[in-house]
Design a protein around this ligand. Structure first.
Ligand code: ZN
Ligand code: ZN
Length: 343
């Protein structure tokens, strides 16, 4: 089969690769669309250490069922499907608690690290365990479905923040996850959502997908602006979707006493924690990782138009253009959001 193979760091090629076979509890999916994730770009140059060549990357995908394993019950050839990026084991303590994103034996599709190698969906076919598959409604395109993984990540961040409805929220960072978190926060009940970034084109996108207020500032200037807009109190809930020392600290400073700061971004491995502020203002710092059961909700919210993903798709290109798009994303060319490849 045709595949986009990372044969060496910084080197992608269209290669003939043996098609996978579906195991007894697996489905063979003929891939129709697969998005390039930021983690793929960080894996491509070796910086994350999680895409050790040779590897077919790609975990944000959708397609049609081409073959089913002997014990598969819920899917038939021709069904339109998508799947979670995470393969969980289903038996460990965390899986039994429903926290499948925290599974002890977690593997991610299209990843090769020291512990495992699992080829992904930048190829004509990929084999996927039935337990992470989802049926797609007819009115959801494959390209939109390739945005479900990121949407689920955003919904998970909002869910773990335990909002009750009516909150004022701030999203820091208007990248892909920030723009989806903004929409997820609105869809799940926040009354007012502000978003901050220093990139004007991203803020324009934020306005297009429904931000109530867009803030073109960072650091102390952003804190002052947020306090001014919240009668000096700060927001109930801040979502940090960057993951740097400065932005994490800004998120903390923008949050009211007793509020929650949900941490999604993690570019830097460590940041300085303003301990006395967090303790004396009784803030809750909540980490959020991947998703755990949010796919059905993500499918419903995109299909109903409550979460808009089309404005976040920069290009839908044939698989053959993959090497060029990876190079452009890696070079941090401005105004690129999601690029989707079609095998
Ligand atoms: Zn991803
Ligand atoms: Zn598990």
């Amino acid at each position: 089969m045709k595949s986009l193979l990372l044969s060496a760091y910084n080197h992608l090629e269209i290669a003939d690769f043996p098609a996978p076979e579906a195991g007894p509890d697996e489905v063979l999916v003929r891939v129709a669309a697969c998005g390039i994730c930021g983690s793929d770009v960080h894996g491509y140059d070796g910086s994350s250490g999680r895409r050790i060549p040779p590897i077919v990357m790609g975990h944000e995908a959708a397609g049609t069922v081409a073959a089913v394993g002997a014990s598969v019950k819920g899917y038939a050839i021709g069904d339109r499907v998508t799947f979670d990026s995470t393969v969980f084991c289903g038996t460990c303590v965390f899986c039994q608690r429903g926290e499948v994103n925290l599974c002890d034996n977690r593997q991610v599709i299209g990843v090769s690290c020291g512990d495992y190698r699992r080829h992904g969906a930048f190829a004509e076919y990929v084999a996927i365990p039935e337990r992470i598959l989802y049926h797609l409604p007819d009115n959801l395109s494959f390209a939109e479905a390739a945005m479900l993984e990121a949407t689920s990540v955003a919904l998970h961040a909002v869910r773990v923040s335990e909002l009750k409805g009516g909150e004022t929220a701030l999203v820091i960072g208007a990248g892909m996850i920030g723009l989806l978190t903004l929409q997820a926060a609105r869809a799940l009940g926040c009354a007012r959502v502000m978003i901050a970034d220093i990139d004007a084109s991203r803020l324009e996108l934020a306005r297009n997908v429904g931000a109530d207020e867009i803030l073109d500032s960072s650091g102390a200037e952003l804190v002052a602006e947020v306090l001014k807009r919240t009668e000096g109190r700060g927001v109930d809930l801040a979502f940090e979707a960057v993951g740097r020392n400065e932005t994490v600290n800004t998120a903390i400073d923008c949050t009211r006493k007793g509020g929650t700061v949900t941490l999604i971004g993690n570019i830097q491995p460590e940041v300085a924690l303003p301990l006395q502020k967090v303790v004396t203002r009784q803030l809750r710092l909540q980490g959020s990782c991947a998703s755990a059961g949010e796919y059905p909700q993500a499918i419903e919210l995109i299909a109903s138009g409550k979460i808009k993903v089309a404005p976040l798709i920069t290009s839908i290109a044939p698989l053959e253009e993959g090497p060029r798009w990876f190079a452009r994303l890696h070079a941090r060319e401005p105004n690129l959001m999601k690029v989707i490849l079609k095998p």
